[in-house]
Ligand binder design. Structure first.
Ligand code: SAH
Length: 341
């Protein structure tokens, strides 16, 4: 059994089955989610605060996963670093470390590949392979911190994959990450971005996590959104807005909408006015992204980012422009795809 993927409660149950005393769960969990920050390559024999007998028992019932660093790319201009990791079955994912004024932010992948096929994004261009386990998401954090020597203050689930398409594992990841018996990261420091899986947005609301939910909107009318984001054919904008209102009502957390500006596609004045119409009364925040170049798409970056922002601001929306980090090394939004071997 993959012990890094177990929540605290699950570990308690598993250890009880092995006849361990209740307090052992706390000891083991704390060790796992702090000692693995030693780089992932740890084993039970290093748990010297446990008896030899118990260590042997753990060793025969569980394994401790790790990632294998394949490649590191550094962007000199902004200190962004992209890591290519191989998983234990040889599949590959990317993780990006970004530097902001107050803290480092780590962009974590949640799947190998992606099913969503947004036309401006590279992450789905090689198809979908599999979901990541909670442990594989945590290890991106633990190992990237050790390799870089940089401490991560914020985690963004914005790497390869659609987090809400890997719902149960992402929920376990969030529980483990924020567990007071382990890493104890506040979920206020976590953002989760989704292309708009409405049933799952509503399910997520029930957990009342204090994280920031980001919605990849990119178009304010269904015709356009259908043409660039296939998920819109399943959950149209009206349904998406209903799910967002529900999420806000349940959690009290303001939603952030992402809007990548694409030249000649969604960057004209009418698009901005439609966006104002859609979000005016929603108590939300809009994050404009200058489109990043990806090889599988002919779309280019809009020249109107500033003027688009101005129209939104004049219309009463709270709109900011996302800083582009790591574009030189293919580490910016939409560019993660793991093409190299
Ligand atoms: N699957 C999730 C997580 C991806 S997060 C989602 O769709 O939200 C990455 C963000 O970058 C999303 O808002 C995504 O729509 C956006 N993005 C994708 N391709 C992009 C590109 N070429 N340029 C700028 N942003 C892009």
């Amino acid at each position: 059994m993959d012990i890094l993927s177990l929540t605290y409660e699950q570990l308690e149950v598993e250890l009880a089955k092995l006849g361990c005393e209740k307090f052992r769960a706390k000891q083991v969990f704390l060790w796992l989610h702090t000692a693995t920050q030693g780089g992932g390559n740890v084993n039970f024999s290093q748990m010297t605060n446990l008896s030899l007998q118990l260590r042997a028992k753990l060793d025969s019932n569980f394994y401790i996963n790790s990632l294998n660093l394949q490649k590191t790319l550094v962007c000199d201009t902004d200190n962004t670093v992209k890591y290519l990791y191989a998983l234990s079955d040889g599949e590959k994912i990317e993780t990006v470390m970004m530097e902001y004024k107050h803290a480092n932010s780590l962009c974590i992948s949640t799947q190998v590949g992606c099913k969503m096929n947004c036309s401006f994004c590279a992450s789905g261009s090689n198809g979908f392979v599999r979901n990541l386990s909670p442990g594989e998401m945590l290890l991106q954090l633990y190992q990237s911190e050790v390799i870089s020597g940089r401490q991560v203050g914020n985690v963004v689930l914005m790497g390869i994959g659609e987090p809400l398409d890997n719902f149960d594992n992402v929920i376990s990841f969030l529980k483990i990450l924020s567990d007071k018996n382990g890493r104890n990261m506040s979920l206020r420091n976590v953002s989760l971005s989704t292309c708009g899986l409405c049933d799952e947005i509503e399910q997520l609301a029930e957990y009342k996590f204090p994280l920031t939910l980001s919605i990849s909107l990119h178009a304010a009318n269904d015709t356009l959104r259908n043409s660039i984001m296939p998920i819109n054919k399943k959950y149209n904008i009206e349904r998406l807005m209903r799910s967002c209102a529900y999420y806000f009502k349940k959690t009290g957390r303001r939603i952030s909408f992402e809007y990548a500006l694409i030249e000649g596609v969604n960057d004209d004045e009418n698009s901005a006015l439609a966006l104002i119409g859609l979000l005016k009364h929603s108590n939300s925040h809009i994050n404009l992204i200058g489109l990043n170049k990806v090889t599988n798409s002919t779309f280019t970056k809009s020249q109107n980012v500033k003027s688009f922002q101005q129209i939104l601001t004049n219309g009463g929306l709270n709109a900011t422009i996302r800083r582009t980090l790591g574009a030189q090394i293919g580490a910016a939004c939409g560019q993660l795809v793991t093409m190299y071997n």
